[in-house]
Ligand binder design. Structure first.
Ligand code: IPE
Ligand code: IPE
Ligand code: MG
Length: 247
């Protein structure tokens, strides 16, 4: 605890990332390492999420985006997918009051409306309940895929053009962003992937164009506030040039 406080003090308050995105990976391997079924790893991962949300609130991060279920995760065995759906339902039912008390605003990126109705209904309620909160924005990427998000945006842009509501000359990066799930949120400054995998796995393909990437071998269920602080500290030492030159 004392060490964490000391580490927090090392951070420069004026260089905090506004938006942190996390690929919550390694639950299955964590479970295997501990001789447990994969789903136990997902439950342990949900506990980590609770603590990292609290840390981000404490650190006054504006947006935390977490990858919870990808459009490709449907390929997993039916038993794992249905256990994950049960976990999601439980999370949205049980955690929303605590998040609301903590002034957290819940938003979703992804095709959540096509999830089983019980979950979609709970998500709707969670978003409505927390919509006026002014603290951390918790953006949960659910049934989310970066490519499918970009296609969805393209289709909606085409529809608006065909209906005469949009002129092709008006299509630029700024306008395109209005058609993404993340409209209104800043791009992630820092992308964290635990579990040792060095890939993006179809996460936020458009939005991470200039994000700083940070990887760790630690599995998500073992990821602690210290790891988050380490990632932010490392981020603060980097020079972001966005294609320009050194200041
Ligand atoms: C991430 O953990 C959670 C989801 C993809 C839902 P994994 O289940 O991918 O864990 P590993 O990568 O198999 O260890
Ligand atoms: C990415 O992890 C998706 C989530 C964490 C929800 P995966 O475990 O699905 O990614 P791959 O298969 O290792 O690329
Ligand atoms: Mg994985």
């Amino acid at each position: 605890m004392k060490e964490t406080l000391n580490n927090i003090k090392k951070l420069s308050p004026d260089k905090m990332p506004q938006h942190i995105a996390i690929i919550m990976d390694g639950n299955g391997r964590w479970a295997q390492k501990n001789g447990l079924p994969r789903i136990a790893g997902h439950w342990a991962g949900a506990e980590t999420l609770k603590s990292i949300v609290e840390s981000c609130s404490k650190l006054k991060i504006k947006v935390l985006t977490v990858f919870a279920f990808s459009t490709e995760n449907w390929k997993r065995p039916i038993e794992e997918v249905s256990s994950l759906m049960n976990l999601l339902l439980y999370y949205f039912k049980k955690e929303v009051d605590a998040l609301h008390k903590n002034n957290v605003k819940i938003v979703i990126s992804g095709n959540w409306e096509e999830l089983p109705e019980k979950i979609a209904d709970q998500i709707r309620k969670s978003m409505t309940k927390t919509q006026n909160n002014s603290g951390l924005i918790l953006n949960i990427a659910l049934n989310y895929g970066g490519r499918s998000e970009i296609l969805f945006a393209c289709k909606n842009i085409c529809t608006d053009v065909l209906n005469g509501d949009l002129c092709i000359d008006k299509i630029d990066e700024k306008l395109f962003e209005q058609y993404l799930y993340t409209y209104g949120l800043p791009d992630p400054d820092l992308l964290i992937r635990p579990s040792g995998e060095l890939r993006i796995s179809n996460f936020l393909l458009w939005q991470i164009a200039y994000s700083e990437l940070w990887f760790t071998q630690t599995y998500w269920p073992d990821f602690k506030e210290e790891d988050l602080i380490c990632a932010i500290y490392d981020y603060q030492t980097r020079e972001r040039r966005f294609g320009g030159l050194k200041k």
